[in-house]
Design a protein around this ligand. Sequence first.
Ligand SMILES: [Zn+2]
Length: 58
Amino acid sequence: MSETKRPCPICKSSVQTPEYKPFCSARCRDKDLNRWFNDGYALPGRPADPEEIAREQD
Ligand SMILES: [Zn+2]
């Protein structure tokens, strides 16, 4: 049995909810999502890169 415990990347809490891995809660997961969206909006005029999308789905 191997158990890997990683802190929540958002708030660094050692609490981890399996449902929201690797985050501790839905709140932190949403925070991370919002960060990604904000990054996207910060680069106006940049079309979605098909290669990056393919990598995401991999
Ligand atoms: Zn957290």
